[in-house]
Write a protein that binds this ligand. Structure first.
Ligand code: ADP
Ligand code: ADP
Ligand code: MG
Length: 654
């Protein structure tokens, strides 16, 4: 990427964010000679963005409402630290027009669009009106002020099913319901409204045509407050519950005509609101008959730098953060439309701490080991030893690859995912790997429904391999050590037994050691030979992968990481089974609702509590009929994974 420096750039900026995006902004700013001030919450005192910055200021407690969402404290920090401008990153305060106004009122520069531009695009209904006036095609539907349920149902009928109900204040796929038939409309409306009220404090909805075989294609724009240019499209159609998982640029199957039409529409959208800085115009595309110039519709504009901006950087060679800094400091747009070209193809995969087989539950934990392959752009805000806390988005990193063609880039992505090493928390790495190998995705034939259709095959964990069990056992017991270190002078067979757990199974492999370079392992009925040649172990003839052993776990870095628990026989105590009797928090989160009182009779399947974690709400159900003994949590409380919430009376208790 080319980073052009400009004489009039800021001397010092404050970054009002955390995690990977704060680190990514610091990297470019410092390369341009701009000093960076980080802000941090109590949970982030030793975070990577704090270490990278030239200075760092504590802004409050771990919860975002006590730190990263406190605009007043952040503006004060900028003034105190001598920063001239504030970069908001994405999320938090990035699309908050009141924050922009308070930044400007303090005499500072907001690195982003004007408050007025953010307001124009802040609500989806108002944005659609602005776009219609600017001649940008919008999804057919109703976005009027009348919110009467009967009126909305009548509009849905007029539009024709299936329709999508959307919260006008929505974001992150929340407050959205697809409705396939009139009979389901009233209930879906209620659900969308209440979700929207809770998440955004605004229950207003619009109703849209649900586009057939939808593809999400968005255009990166850049404005200087008067005119705008576009930096081509990104395809974000690989989604789970309306959230992006893997993004790419350019869009497969894109024709020059459609690219020009979408680019022009996006530029018109940006110019209509006097847009300044980096922004994204999101379109939904009806791909039922390929990509056609008359089949794309405006959905919304995101008035910020987006999570997936690196794929655009990879195909254009432009550093979007460098452009943001230049334009915010008053420089003109660095290039003209005709100077921009697409080179090759890029993918980004979002690596999350989440338990995929358990329904993509956000996870926490200490990253005891984290290593990315060389020659891959890995944007990350964490390092080995860092904690994934329950307070923020559980994203670990974004892996970005570039190749001359889509096929080459996809192979690189597959390889990069396979070589990524994470231990200490569960991740979606295997799921990303399965997507990278998905035949339809590989052929470029997909829409936003791909993941839901193929969910089972994409999330089914591969069966554990005997050689992985053996290697985990060798690492656990130190039998993988170099001969000299292990002190094997014994030429009589040594016997050794290890106990490992994996996905609910217990394995007890045993070994006969035949000298320093040969071990015969027995795992159930399987006999497996481990042999060392030229210092390298082969198990069953296969080169042993790397592994990491810590905190009672061993992770074998093959098949995207195979994790074994090490059974410590001494620690086995008679804990008794509490499975049916106690309801524990399955993940860290906030107790949204407690529907249980001591003494209350409940039936199996009754909803006793609702836990809200990062991305969704989870109902916690009674595992059997019984009577509530104790309620150990309170509504609104933040709880850690495993925290006991509710207990039932013992079955045989009076
Ligand atoms: P994008 O449309 O840029 O890909 P997403 O739709 O994935 O972004 O995420 C939407 C929003 O989720 C972001 O604007 C932000 O509000 C929030 N978000 C996601 N990751 C983070 C993070 N690491 N820190 C703060 N907010 C985040
Ligand atoms: P958010 O603010 O939550 O990002 P969007 O309006 O951008 O909401 O929509 C999120 C996702 O929902 C899109 O990426 C797409 O997958 C799906 N979606 C939105 N509108 C439609 C539509 N009219 N037809 C089909 N899918 C849609
Ligand atoms: Mg969106």
């Amino acid at each position: 990427m080319t980073v052009q420096t400009n004489g009039a750039l800021f001397r010092r900026i404050l970054i009002a964010n955390r995690g990977e995006i704060a680190c990514r902004i610091i990297e470019t700013a410092q390369a341009m000679g701009v000093e960076c001030v980080a802000v941090y919450s109590d949970a982030d005192a030793t975070a990577r963005h704090v270490k990278m910055a030239n200075a760092a200021i504590r802004i409050g407690g771990a919860a975002p409402s006590e730190s990263y969402l406190r605009g007043d404290v952040i503006v004060r920090a900028a003034l105190d630290s001598g920063a001239e401008a504030i970069h908001p990153g994405y999320g938090f305060l990035s699309e908050n027009p009141d924050f922009v106004e308070s930044v400007e009122a303090a005499g500072l520069t907001f690195i982003g669009p004007s408050a007025q531009a953010i307001r124009a695009m802040g609500l989806k209904d108002a944005a659609k009106v602005v776009m219609e006036r600017a001649g940008v095609p919008v999804v057919p539907g109703y976005h009027g002020a009348d919110q009467d349920a009967a009126r909305l149902a009548a509009e849905a009928e007029k539009i024709g099913y299936p329709v999508l109900i959307k919260a006008v204040a929505g974001g992150g796929g929340k407050g959205m319901r697809r409705v396939d038939a009139a009979t389901d409309f009233a209930q879906a409306l209620e659900a969308a409204r209440s979700e929207a009220k809770k998440a955004f404090g605004n229950g207003v909805v619009l109703v849209e045509k649900y586009v057939n075989q939808p593809r999400h294609i968005e255009v990166q724009v850049f404005g200087d407050g008067h005119s705008a240019i576009h930096l081509f499209e990104r395809d974000c159609s690989l989604q789970r519950r309306h959230q992006k998982v893997i993004e790419e640029a350019p869009a497969p199957g894109m024709t020059p005509q459609m690219r020009a039409a979408m680019g022009q529409a996006a530029v018109r959208a940006a110019e209509a609101i006097g847009y300044s800085g980096a922004g994204t115009v999101e379109f939904i595309v009806d791909s039922a008959s390929g990509l056609r110039e008359d089949a794309f519709f405006f959905m919304e504009m995101n008035t910020r730098l987006q999570v997936e901006h690196p794929v655009t950087e990879a195909i254009t060679g432009i550093d979007l953060v460098a452009w943001q800094l230049q334009v915010a400091s008053g420089a003109p747009l660095p290039l003209r439309q005709e100077d921009l070209h697409i080179s090759g193809h890029a993918f980004e995969a979002r690596l999350y701490a989440e338990d995929v087989p358990a329904g993509f539950l956000p996870a926490t934990g200490r990253l005891s080991h984290l290593k990315f392959p060389d020659n891959v752009r890995a944007d990350s805000g964490v390092q080995s030893g860092d904690e994934i806390s329950p307070y923020y988005d559980p994203m670990i990193a974004k892996l970005v690859v570039h190749g001359e063609t889509r096929d080459i880039a996809l192979k690189k992505l597959d390889k990069a995912l396979g070589e990524t090493e994470v231990a200490g928390t569960v991740t979606n790495l295997a799921f990303l790997g399965a997507l990278a190998r998905h035949v339809g995705f590989g052929a470029g034939v997909f829409d936003t429904g791909l993941i839901a259709r193929d969910l089972d095959s994409l999330t089914c964990p591969p069966p554990v391999q005997v050689r992985h069990i053996v290697w985990a056992a060798m690492v656990t017991s130190g039998l993988d050590a170099p001969a000299a270190d292990a002190g094997f002078s014994l030429w009589q067979p040594l016997c050794h037994r290890v106990r490992l757990t994996h996905a609910g199974d217990i394995f007890a492999p045993s070994v006969r050691v035949n000298g320093p370079d040969t071990q015969i392992w027995q795992v159930g009925d399987h006999e497996v030979v481990a042999q060392r040649r030229a210092g390298v172990w082969r198990i069953d003839g296969v080169h042993a992968p790397k592994a990491h052993c810590q905190d009672g776990q061993v992770t074998v870095f093959d098949d995207y990481g195979v994790v074994f628990g090490i059974v410590d026989d001494l620690a086995q105590t008679a804990q008794g089974t509490t499975v049916d009797t106690r309801i524990d928090a399955p993940m860290p989160g906030i107790i949204k609702l407690l529907a249980a009182k001591p003494g209350q009779k409940v039936a199996k399947g009754d909803r006793l509590a609702v836990l809200e974690a990062m991305k969704m709400e989870h109902a916690l159900l009674a595992a059997r009929d019984g009577e509530i003994a104790e309620v150990l949590a309170t509504e609104g409380a933040q709880v850690l994974a495993g925290a006991p919430l509710i207990t039932l009376k013992e079955e045989d208790a009076p």
